[in-house]
Write a protein that binds this ligand. Structure first.
Ligand code: 5AD
Ligand code: SF4
Length: 441
């Protein structure tokens, strides 16, 4: 269509935002918008934002500043802020950046077409409701066009855990699970368009308890039943809380071959004192015991985690406990952050520790985690595994994909293997990628 309007979406933050951005693009396609990769071409710019740390939120305002000349040159350009900054700051955004036409929270984006129609008449629209109607039911199904072979599927949203540092329970709201039938419809639509790997998403995905005929299903049952779908070969889920790792989910790691040997299970700290102050509701020893049970079910599982250093009141001894826990577990991958006080959270009321000390601790922790990641990468050399090839590599004749353990793998492989799972042997390891050779099917 020559006269299609152009939509530019920029996504920040977690995988759920990636998923949400795709759904927003689909919703706006019904209003005649097609996506562009350049802001300069756009008739509508949408920033899908993250509020988890201060830096992430502040980035949005500098990005909006960058669009000022575009709006000056094209007064009809509409600018929208979506996601968690929109939810947390609402009308404050338009006070700080009056050129913003539209603010939409993560629970209201199915209303985007109506909101945009209003914005196009020159009105400013702000919607940060948690509406009664089911957002997912209101969204159009996924298009049948073939795309990437790996996809995200949100099955649960929100969080009731209220960790003392975290904005998620406020920005995403209370924990809600999508009904099983809706998830199956979406999974089937994905498979139809060539997807063979699905990552089930939720802020607290292992607390999933979706309505099904005959009662609610937990995550383990959902995984097992999805695994039985023809064409679905790999399943993953993220992200989880240790206290929701039920026995049946641990068992699935041992006996459901479609469930990939990778688990992101944040612990945040190795100090019982800090875990208590964070309201995590478990001890370091309980986490270690849980990991032992998971490893007993699936010995080669690759573990990933999240860590916060410099939480209010963290002493050197607390930090040493975190290093000791990391030594005990041995992570194959991890994310670590300096504590960032978030307005409205209980921890934000407490005095912060010296930021230079927190920086120093973060560097120490990251050095240890990086060394563990490198060791996990090197342990793959010589091993046979499978790779789902997702795109062409930098060198001609090369394809890039993901291993079962979610490591990036590149290999010389024919293009017809794009979108396929192939057997490989790992030849060499770098900190963030593996080089492999194709094995006969
Ligand atoms: N400061 C620093 N890191 C945070 N995270 C969540 N809130 C904060 C905060 N206020 C981290 C946690 C969480 C991950 C998604 O982000 O480690 O698991
Ligand atoms: Fe935030 Fe995760 Fe804690 Fe929920 S469980 S409050 S999302 S850190």
């Amino acid at each position: 269509m020559a006269d299609a309007k152009k939509l530019y979406i920029k996504t920040y933050g977690c995988q759920m935002n990636v998923y949400d951005s795709e759904r927003m693009a689909e919703a706006l396609a019904t209003s005649g918008y097609e996506q562009t990769q350049t802001a300069e071409d756009a008739d509508m710019i949408l920033l899908n934002t993250c509020h988890i740390r201060e830096k992430a939120a502040e980035k949005i305002y500098s990005e909006l500043g960058r669009f000022k000349p575009l709006k000056a040159a094209k007064p009809d350009l509409r600018i929208g802020v979506a996601g968690c900054v929109a939810q947390a700051e609402g009308a404050e955004i338009t006070a700080r950046q009056p050129m913003v036409d539209l603010v939409v929270g993560p629970q209201a984006y199915h209303r985007l077409p109506e909101m945009l129609a209003k914005a196009e008449t020159g009105k400013r629209v702000i919607d940060t409701d948690f509406p009664e109607e089911d957002k997912f039911a209101r969204l159009k199904g996924r298009p049948a066009k073939r795309g990437a072979p790996a996809a995200f599927l949100t099955v649960q949203e929100g969080c009731d855990k209220f960790c003392a540092f975290c904005v998620v329970p406020y920005t995403r709201g209370a924990e809600v699970s999508r009904p099983v039938a809706q998830i199956f419809d979406e999974a089937r639509a994905l498979i139809e368009r060539g997807v063979c790997e699905i990552t089930l998403l939720g802020q607290n995905v292992n607390a999933y308890h979706g309505a099904a005929q005959g009662g609610a299903w937990g995550l383990a049952q959902l995984i097992r039943e999805l695994a039985a779908l023809d064409g679905l070969e790999r399943l993953r889920y993220t992200t989880s809380h240790p206290n929701d790792m039920q026995d049946d989910l641990i068992a699935a790691h041992g006996d459901c071959p479609e469930l990939m040997p990778y688990l992101h299970l944040p612990v945040q700290s190795g100090s019982d004192r800090i875990l208590k102050a964070m309201n995590r509701k478990h001890t370091a020893a309980e986490y270690v015991a849980l990991i032992e049970r998971i490893r007993a079910a699936r010995p080669d599982i690759l573990l990933s985690g999240d860590f916060i250093v410099g939480f209010p009141g963290e002493t050197e001894a607390d930090f040493e406990d975190t290093l000791a826990l990391v030594e005990t577990i041995g992570y194959g991958q991890a994310y670590s952050f300096k504590y960032s006080a978030r307005p409205g959270t209980p921890a934000a009321e407490k005095p912060e520790i010296d930021p230079a000390l927190a920086d120093e601790r973060l560097q120490k922790l990251q050095a240890l985690l990086n060394a563990q990641q490198t060791a996990a990468q090197e342990a793959m050399v010589g091993r046979e595994t499978t790779v789902l090839f997702e795109k062409k590599g930098r060198e001609p004749g090369q394809l890039i994909g993901k291993s079962e353990h979610l490591q990036a793998v590149f290999a010389e492989a024919p293009e017809q293997l794009l979108g396929q799972i192939a057997k490989v042997r790992v030849l060499a390891a770098a900190p963030n990628s593996l080089r492999a050779e194709l094995l006969p099917a």
